[in-house]
Write a protein that binds this ligand. Structure first.
Ligand code: CA
Ligand code: CA
Ligand code: CA
Ligand code: CA
Length: 417
């Protein structure tokens, strides 16, 4: 079953040219798999994770005492009395609870391997699943077969069926921050268990009518171009993939209600600086926005200009290659406005629910990027830092200057001078 699965993956790569990135190599695990007619049938790994088991047999099977796991050192034992009907399904929720049909582990959307053993510790199935986007599953088509594929249509606890919509796996834009008079290339990878009838890109400029173009398969990517625009404004776009079965899927999934977009903007950039930050906070300067002290990472932004700047709608990121990582809410000008010559703190605590100034990422103690980007993604200021010391900040001396140094007495929200 495993070899057939691998062969299928390879044949998909050959057929569609898309790429799988997986976190571990199944060849490291040479244990044989004994097919007992009970299989891991479908996997969902990007949120409320779950694993669907399927019984291919004509009789029900008592799976009490069976083991499911993604880590051999921490197998989860399926509770006594659990039965899977003939040609039926059982769903295990992978939520860390470790009770009943709730496993003691979660799954990673980056892809990993999941194992199923019977009550005698015989390995009876193993699936290595690839990176999955939100709303996608990896499963067997049809149920119980060795034909494994990504689907854009989760079917938790019911048949995987044969009428799957195509899955749009990745979509990229080049350049990621387009300028005036610059053509933009959209590239996408797709998977379809049924075959693709068409892949189309729809785009419009400043809420005009959508133009549709066919996306051609080039070097493994469905590719199309949005022509250069000569004036400022907003370009919006979405993708539509149609299977040979007539079923369609979209990117974004709810398009055209929700759209991807980029701005063509020629505003002068504000005079903002990443002025100081702390990437390794264990006892300095608490974030108490939740009512208790949290020693979170933070980023100080300095406004060197002579007018106040509202950073609502701008972005902060810990990755120069992705300036759109976290959009500062644009509905809270009272807290997102930096006075002329003033400072603001953005907590890098991965707790955006705590208010407008809490980004959905942390800063790596070992070093990475930190930056602030304009509403169209243009760089205002960014910086790459190395390994940080505990409770020591790193900042510009003086405010907004080119020289950086460590501060054993950090000054979040205050002058560095
Ligand atoms: Ca299913
Ligand atoms: Ca950190
Ligand atoms: Ca916090
Ligand atoms: Ca400071």
């Amino acid at each position: 079953m495993l070899m057939k699965g691998l062969k299928f993956v390879l044949s998909l790569v050959a057929a569609f040219g898309f790429l799988f990135f997986t976190s571990c190599d199944p060849l490291d695990d040479t244990r044989p798999v004994t097919d007992e007619g009970l299989v891991i049938n479908e996997i969902y790994a990007s949120g409320e994770d779950w694993i669907e088991l399927y019984n291919t047999l004509e009789t029900s099977v008592n799976i009490g005492g069976y083991f499911i796991y993604d880590n051999e050192a921490a197998k989860y034992k399926i509770p006594n009395g659990t039965t899977i009907p003939a040609k039926g399904f059982v769903v295990l929720l992978c939520n860390d609870l470790g009770t009943g049909l709730n496993t003691n582990f979660k799954l990673t959307s980056a892809g990993e391997t999941v194992y199923l053993e019977n009550a005698s510790n015989t390995l009876i199935d193993r699936i290595e699943f690839p990176e999955l986007s939100a709303g996608q599953t990896y499963g067997r088509y049809p149920d119980g077969s060795s034909n494994l594929a990504i689907s854009g249509t989760p079917t938790q606890g019911v048949t995987n069926g044969g009428n799957q919509t195509p899955a749009i796996v990745t979509t990229t834009r080049e350049p990621i921050v387009p300028g005036l008079n610059q053509a933009v290339t959209i590239k996408s990878t797709l998977v379809s268990t049924q075959g693709l009838a068409s892949v189309k890109l729809f785009y419009r400029f400043n809420t005009g009518a959508f133009t549709s173009v066919s996306m051609a398969l080039q070097s493994g990517f469905y590719t199309a171009t949005i022509p250069a625009q000569a004036s400022t404004g907003k370009v919006e776009y979405y993708l539509e993939a149609e299977g040979t079965n007539g079923l369609k899927s979209y990117e974004p999934a709810t398009a055209p209600n929700k759209l991807l977009n980029y701005l063509l903007n020629t505003d002068a950039l504000p005079q903002l600086f990443v002025n100081e930050f702390m990437a390794f906070n264990s006892s300095c300067c608490p974030d108490n926005s939740s009512g208790t002290n949290e020693f979170d990472d933070w980023i100080e932004i300095y406004n060197a200009g002579s007018v106040a700047v509202n950073i609502g709608g701008m972005y902060v990121s810990d990755n120069k290659a992705n300036p759109f990582k976290y959009k500062i809410p644009d509905n809270a000008s009272g807290v997102t406005t930096i006075p002329a010559g003033g400072f603001i703190i953005i907590w890098a605590d991965n707790q955006p629910e705590q208010s407008a100034l809490h980004a959905d990422f942390g800063l790596a103690n070992a070093g990475e990027d930190v930056g602030i980007y304009y509403i169209d993604g243009r760089k205002i200021d960014d910086y790459t830092f190395g390994a940080q010391s505990e409770n020591v900040s790193w900042g510009r001396t003086t405010n907004g200057a080119a020289t950086w140094k460590s501060f054993s007495s950090p000054s979040p929200g205050q002058t560095n001078n």
